[in-house]
Design a protein around this ligand. Structure first.
Ligand SMILES: [Zn+2]
Length: 409
């Protein structure tokens, strides 16, 4: 029987260092065991045995021999990103995406399914579990290789408990134990976070790995921002950092927002608001707005550019405050041509301080639709590939093999 993850909480003295040695290989550079001994300062005998353990666990692979000036060529080892797999799940108001990824967040297979906005968490996660099991099976029975699940939810999340807090788009989910429920189906670490935080993480880790300060803006029905500062995701005290949608914009003092206030950014620049401003009707046709914008329709482009200026007026303050080097913009209205981005650039470069914009790049999302699941997988990868998590994974594997181990309490 597989031990519960609570059973092996503390790394064992005999195992430690495998997790530490693994960290040196995560950059993907192949190294010989001698080079690793020099790099880490550990005894060669330690390196030899731990590399073997990591290779047996599928985390490290032999990548051929190093050139040698004489004597026996030395075998080189490198991180094996496809040796184990992760699941990234992005829950939306009416659509959920499940992706199977490798350990660096590259998608192996993905599937999405629609559900009514009234669907409860057990219904959505039971269907996600079935889809995930299909993905694991259809890609070569990889269930045994699964080491973590990351989940993004459309709203604030109490991260330590893995529970949503008052999701505006999913009523009835408040306080549901998402991590606990999903780990019953998949007994591996399950981490839950706000979807825009995960999109920021996915975009930065995948496309801007050398950028330590990045803001990710998503403009859909709401407007949200994920903040990466000094290389780390910033969630704020209660997980609601970056909620730009209800920041007041001077121009909209007569625009009533769903939250009850007037002049909120999302009441002016959210995708449904822009679509309504075009037709003048209460019905929002965002799909039509995208088509018109892509065609270069003058009225649509003008409305989109104004939405960009409104977003820019709030974003300029964020740029002054946080000094990012990259701002990434995503969401349906960004797909409607370049007018939104042009409006954002116009205001941010005019209103932010010169020092904050001297080397600022404002770009469209490169990951677009997959960024949420890539980010969910990236979040859980960081957790399960940490030194302690690696030690625990190796210890659990030994327990499964029936090998005697001493577990410290
Ligand atoms: Zn509001």
């Amino acid at each position: 029987m597989r031990p519960s993850k609570d059973f092996v909480q503390v790394a064992m003295p005999g195992f430690n260092r495998a997790g530490d040695i693994f960290q040196y290989l995560r950059d993907g550079v192949p190294r010989t065991r001698i080079e690793l001994a020099e790099l880490t300062g550990f005894a060669r005998s330690t390196i030899f045995s731990r590399i073997q353990t990591l290779a047996d666990a599928g985390l490290v692979m032999n990548v051929g021999d190093a050139r040698s000036s004489g004597g026996r060529p030395a075998t080189r080892f490198a991180f094996n990103p496809s040796g184990r797999v992760l699941l990234g799940i992005e829950v939306g108001a009416e659509r959920t995406t499940v992706a199977l990824t490798d350990l660096i967040g590259q998608i192996i297979a993905r599937v999405a399914f629609d559900h009514p906005p009234t669907a409860g968490p057990t219904e959505v996660f039971d269907r996600a579990r079935d889809k995930a099991e299909d993905l694991l099976e259809s890609t070569g029975d990889r269930s045994k290789d699964l080491i973590g699940v990351g989940i993004g939810l459309p709203g604030p999340v109490e991260r330590s408990a893995g529970r949503p807090v008052r999701l505006p788009t999913l009523p009835g989910w408040d306080g549901f134990d998402v991590a606990g429920y999903v780990s019953r189906a998949f007994p591996v670490p399950v981490l839950v976070d706000n979807d825009i935080n995960l999109m920021a993480l996915g975009e930065q880790r995948t496309f801007w790995p050398d950028t330590k300060n990045l803001l990710f803006i998503r403009v859909a029905s709401g407007v949200g921002m994920g903040i990466i500062s000094s290389g780390a995701l910033q969630r704020g005290a209660d997980g609601s950092a970056g909620d730009l949608g209800h920041v007041a914009v001077g121009r909209g003092s007569d625009m009533l927002c769903d939250c009850g206030n007037y002049g909120c950014l999302e009441a002016l620049a959210g995708a449904p608001a822009v679509a309504r401003s075009l037709t003048g009707s209460a019905e929002a046709d965002v799909a039509n707005l995208i088509v018109l914008g892509q065609r270069g329709d003058v009225r649509a482009s003008t409305a989109l550019r104004q939405a960009g200026r409104d977003i820019g007026s709030v974003l300029a303050g964020c740029v002054n405050m946080l000094n990012p080097s990259v701002v990434v913009v995503s969401g349906p209205i960004v797909e409607a041509g370049d007018s939104v981005l042009a409006g954002i650039r116009e205001v941010v470069y005019k209103r932010s301080l010169p020092l904050a914009t001297a080397r600022l790049t404002i770009a469209k999302s490169q990951a677009m639709h997959d960024v949420g699941v890539i980010g969910a997988a990236s979040m859980v990868a960081e957790h399960v590939l940490s030194p302690l998590a690696i030690e625990n994974m190796l210890a659990a594997a030994r327990l499964d093999d029936g090998a005697p181990v001493a577990v410290s309490a």
